[in-house]
Design a protein around this ligand. Structure first.
Ligand code: URA
Length: 438
């Protein structure tokens, strides 16, 4: 088999066999297929798509590119949660400690920033010392002892997915439904988790902008889960505006800590509580998601979820003092205010533009291995539905230099839309696949 022939085959709209996909992923992983050929294949897939059989084959090839964990020695269901990617999406930092604090083991494989969306690993690495590059053995140990570990793809676990993810990030090939589905599900399969809660984002700050595309992705993910014998529930949630107020690596850790301490933004807290409700119901801990939400609220209020995040950071080598006193995080050199040009009601905050502005500031990457910064980002001061007075601050831009501030400013100049009439804030959740029996 030759990579070039297979690239041409896909470019011309033909299907690849499972053996061909296995060959491509295997040889890319070993380095026998270079980045430029894989980038070309990704672009062909982006335009031609993959059918269900090809998507399953890609998922399996990526999952099997490293070790596949087995938690069957733990006599509990091990769970995982994954987001399809959003702006200001710090849900993992709040939700996984809630679930683990309830005694349910969470084996979480997270990613770095992708395109204009942020990544949990980049956020956690803003805590000095935090080690996301665990060996599969150490990952298992922490899950067993602490009920929660969060790691990234490494040479040990889904290494080919890690390479592909980094390549998609910088080649304009992220927004393909099959590539997203295989990327997410391969990590879940390799982590050996039995119940998986997926948070599928929709809106301007998501890869699936339309509701139809988001539900389509949800169906595909649930189908892959079923084919691979996993329990999967996919919740479709809003990403028309950033989640919470903070967009940035350390800035989002600080906001997540506020939620865990009971004084964070309402939307982040509500979404995490609702997702926890589904997770608790999925594993049979409660009779229905509503009961699960009550449990989640208790675990937030009594501080056990906050304690669980601290225990996790400690187990992974991070300096817990940063979570106890978030003033320790480094600060950006410049804080610039984006002001309202007119009075009225904020009817749109274009999450994609905010995400792109954040990338310009150094939150994410424009080329592979680009150095990112923990302290930069954007903090919104108003959300959709709020009334605004002319000249008031809509957002604070945290920048380290004038050049990145200028580029971020160009994105943000068109990110806020002020209307004459009041609009409602968007729904948090649009639906669940498969429909959840309550
Ligand atoms: N999250 C992932 O892990 N992969 C994607 O492709 C998108 C979101």
């Amino acid at each position: 088999m030759q990579a070039l022939d297979l690239i041409i085959k896909k470019r011309d709209g033909q299907s690849l066999s499972p053996e061909e996909i296995q060959f491509l992923i295997h040889d890319y992983n070993t380095g026998a297929i270079p980045d430029y050929q894989m980038a070309s294949l990704l672009m062909a897939i982006y335009f031609q798509g993959l059918n269900a059989k090809e998507t399953n084959a890609l998922t399996t090839a990526l999952a099997n590119s490293g070790e596949v964990l087995d938690f069957s020695s733990l006599d509990k269901t091990v769970v995982d949660k994954h987001s399809s990617g959003g702006v200001g999406d710090k849900v993992t930092l709040v939700l996984t400690p809630i679930i683990a604090a309830a005694g349910i083991p969470v084996a979480k494989i997270s990613g770095r920033g992708l395109g204009f969306t942020g990544g949990t690993i980049d956020k956690l690495e803003s805590i000095p010392g935090f080690n996301a590059r665990l060996s599969p053995q150490r990952f298992k140990e922490i899950v067993q002892d602490n009920n929660l570990a969060i790691m990234m793809q490494t040479e040990g676990l889904t290494p080919a997915e890690g390479k592909l993810y980094a390549l998609r990030d910088v080649t304009g090939t992220v927004e393909n439904i099959s590539l997203i589905a295989a990327s997410i599900m391969s990590k879940k399969l390799a982590a050996g988790t039995q119940a998986i809660l997926l948070d599928i984002k929709t809106g301007r700050g998501a890869f699936m902008e339309s509701l139809d595309d988001a539900f389509n992705l949800a169906e595909i993910l649930v189908r892959i889960g079923k084919d691979m014998d996993r329990r999967v529930v996919a919740v479709v949630s809003d990403m028309s505006q950033p989640l919470g107020f903070a967009v940035g690596n350390a800035l989002e850790v600080i906001e997540a800590v506020k939620v865990l301490q009971g004084h964070g933004p309402w939307d982040v807290e509500r979404l995490c509580v609702q997702l926890a409700g589904y997770m608790f119901a999925m594993v049979g801990k409660v009779r229905n998601p509503e009961e699960g939400q009550e449990q989640a609220e208790k675990l937030l209020k009594n501080g056990s979820a906050y304690q669980k995040l601290k225990d996790t950071v400690k187990a992974q080598g991070g300096e817990v003092a940063y979570l106890e006193n978030t003033d320790l995080f480094p600060k950006a050199r410049i804080i610039h205010k984006v002001k309202a040009k007119t009075a009225g009601y904020l009817c749109e905050i274009d999450a994609k533009r905010v995400g792109r502005a954040a990338v310009w500031l150094g939150v994410g990457r424009m080329y592979k291995d680009q150095q990112i910064r923990p302290e930069v980002g954007v903090i919104l001061n108003r959300k959709i539905g709020d009334s605004v007075v002319k000249g008031e601050t809509l957002a604070f831009v945290h920048a380290n230099d004038e050049a990145s501030l200028k580029n971020a400013g160009k994105e943000l100049a068109n990110a806020f839309n002020i209307c004459g009439e009041k609009v409602e804030s968007p729904h948090l959740i649009y639906g669940v696949v498969p429909p959840f029996p309550s």
